[in-house]
Every structure is written in C-alpha cells, then in structure tokens.
Design a protein around this ligand. Structure first.
Ligand code: CP3
Length: 336
C-alpha cells in the first residue's frame, strides 16, 4: 500500500501512472449513494459505519480512482465539540444559534476522540476492504469558523469578517480552540487507519493577504506542524488562493491543492518542492468530451505530471456529473 501511486505522488516520488481522485467523489450522483439517501439523511449516513464505508468504497469500485475519501463532513467536528448543526437539503450546514458574540466562543467544548467512535469504526472497516489508500479530512479553522459565525452558507462572509475585525481576541480564541480540535480530530483518524489527511480551507480565499497572514496562517502552521510526527502525507487545499499562495503554501505539508483560477505551471513555481494537486474546473466535466480532454492536456503540459502531482478537480464533484464520463476521464488520465 505504501507503494500506491497516490502516496508516492504525495511524497514527491516518480510514478508510472498519474494518480487520480476527486474531491467530493463519495456521494453526489453515485447510484448506491442516491439509493441510501432515499432512506437516510446525510448525518445519519456518516454516523452509520457500515453504510458510510459503503459510500466511501463506491467511487473506487465504480470510477477506478486511486484513493478513497472517508465519507464524513467537515461539520462533524463542530458537532463533536457540542455545536447543534443541521445539514439542510439544497442549503448545507445550518446552525440555529450561531457565534454572534464573543461569549459564545467559550461554549465550544474540547474535542475528545470517543465523540467520533463511529468514524473510527468506519475507518477500520474501510482499511479491511480497500486496496487503495484512505484519505481522512477536516475543515480548516477559517472555513469552520465561517459556518459557526454565519449560521449558514454565505457568499460574502460579512459576519465572519466583521467578527474578525471587531473582536480580534475572541477570533484568536476561536481559531485556537478549533485548531486544537482539528489536530486531535485528524490524529484520531490517522490512528484509526487514515493513510493521508487533507485540510479543506474551502472559503479562505475570501480574505485579504494581510488578514490571511495575520489571523489565519499562524494557526495553519501550528496544525500542520503538530501533525508532522504522525508520518502520513498532509494535503492543504483551498479555493481562490492565487493571491495568497506564497503564504498558503508556507506550512509544513506534503501537498498543496489549488482550484482552476490559477495555472498549474504557476503554482509549481510558487510552491517549491511540495507536491501539487488539482485543478480541473468541475464545470468542464459537463463539457463535450473533446473539450474535456483538451483542457486536461493543457493542464498536464504545464508540469511533469509523473512526479509530485495528483490529478483532481479544483473543487468538489458537481452532482450533475455523468458517472460514465468521469470513469472515462480516470482512464484517460491513466493513459497519459
Ligand atoms: O467525497 C465526499 O463527498 C466525502 C464526503 C464529504 C462531504 N462533505 C459529505 C457531504 C466531504 C469531503 C465534505 C467536505 C465539506 N463539507 C466541505 C469542504 C469541501 C467543499 O466542498 O468545499 C464543506 C465546505 C462542507 C460543508 C457542507 N456540507 C456543505 C456546504 C454542504 C451542502 C452542499 C454540498 O456541498 O453538498 C454539505 C452537505 C454534504 N456534505 C452532503 C454530503 C454528502 C449532502 C449533499 C448530498 O445530499 O449529497
């Protein structure tokens, strides 16, 4: 397993074939998942180990990807820290009593591993069944804080930014509390069997470079440094990070994941010896096949894709994606 092309690429080693996986590959439009969703909501699926393992396995079996991602959600950590979160259909995570004043930061409880016994069990089941590496994951403190403060998905993050600007000390405290939770949450996943971990900072591109550097980066550096001695590859993903990429990649990790708003060639120059993951625009999955393959060819031509590179989308799999096209794409990248 240590010789899998995914883990080799994470470590920057040469591979015979380009490894492929897709963010949000588990669930979405896959038939087994759609069937399970008729009788289970998302949270109960993630909390039922046998079923969560089934959903994690489905893209490996159906699409032929080179890694599995644990079927979970970034909001499982805040739930373990005592936050009441609902996942509302076609909306996303919703919190009825969001953090809108500094005193509410104090309500967050410390994370304890036994609050995710169910995830540990899912991981153990998966490790028994999988023939490709299993990726564990967590949201990053900024992205998690944005849900905790906004109370629902936002496109402007005005409440989050206002909180950062108005209550810098409380912000610091919130980020520290979440960071300690994230470190323990990921350690628990690794010790249960996760062979790599990705931190999703999906919304961090909303910040100015100065704000990122002062109010987020030190926490990211602390999280990644704390996970170093777990000895599994650490992947750092964000969207809209072109303007902060030098700082974003200035953490102790193996892989930087980027979206399509920046070219792979430019990223490679800016992240030095780290490995690279990305960055097909998910919308291109819906384009005619020739357009899709041309776009992939252009991406791959900018780098040496057989050393320190993992093919992925620039963000999550769109629910509209055609599974047959995605499978053909995996074969296409494997043929390069
Ligand atoms: O590959 C996988 O899908 C693994 C499982 C996974 C889920 N969420 C399950 C889920 C992963 C890796 C996530 C990460 C996640 N969750 C992120 C970071 C990645 C990203 O997309 O930016 C974020 C921001 C969330 C929070 C979240 N959860 C949102 C915004 C939503 C609603 C919109 C959406 O993306 O679906 C959710 C709900 C959610 N998370 C569902 C699932 C299966 C329900 C949607 C469905 O019915 O399929």
């Amino acid at each position: 397993m240590n010789d899998s092309i995914f883990l080799k690429a994470c470590r920057g080693e040469r591979v015979e074939r380009i490894p492929v996986w897709f963010m949000r590959q588990a669930g979405r439009s896959l038939p087994g998942y759609r069937k399970l969703r008729e009788t289970h909501d998302v949270l109960s699926l993630t909390q039922t180990p046998e079923l969560a393992a089934e959903v994690s396995m489905e893209p490996v079996e159906l699409l032929g990807v080179d890694a599995a991602i644990l079927f979970a959600d970034i909001m499982l950590l805040p739930i373990a820290m005592g936050v009441d979160v609902k996942i509302v259909e076609r909306v996303g995570p919703v919190i009825d009593d969001p953090i809108d004043t500094p005193d509410k930061v104090l309500r967050l409880q410390a994370f304890a591993p036994n609050q995710i016994d169910y995830l540990q069990e899912t991981i153990r089941i998966l490790r028994n069944k999988l023939s490709v590496p299993l990726i564990g994951f967590s949201g990053a403190p900024f992205t998690l804080a944005s849900y905790l403060i906004e109370g629902e998905p936002s496109r402007t993050w005005l409440k989050t930014k206002r909180f950062m600007l108005e209550h810098p000390e409380s912000w610091e405290q919130l980020m520290s509390t979440l960071s300690e939770g994230i470190i323990e949450y990921l350690r628990t996943q690794i010790r249960a069997g996760a062979q790599a971990v990705q931190i999703f900072d999906s919304w961090v591109g909303a910040l100015s470079p100065k704000q990122y550097r002062a109010q987020v980066l030190p926490h990211m550096q602390h999280i990644f440094a704390s996970l170093k001695n777990e000895k599994v590859p650490r992947l750092h993903f964000g969207t809209n990070t072109a303007g902060i990429l030098d700082d974003f990649s200035n953490v102790d990790c193996e892989v930087i994941g980027v979206d399509w708003r920046v070219s792979l060639g430019e990223v490679k120059k800016r992240i030095g010896s780290k490995s690279l993951q990305g960055n097909l625009d998910p919308a291109v999955l819906l384009a005619p096949w020739e357009t899709l393959t041309q776009t992939v060819d252009h991406m791959l031509a900018e780098i040496n894709p057989k050393k320190g590179y993992i093919f992925n989308l620039g963000h999550g799999m769109p629910p509209q994606a055609d599974n047959a096209v995605v499978k053909k794409l995996v074969e296409y990248v494997h043929s390069k």
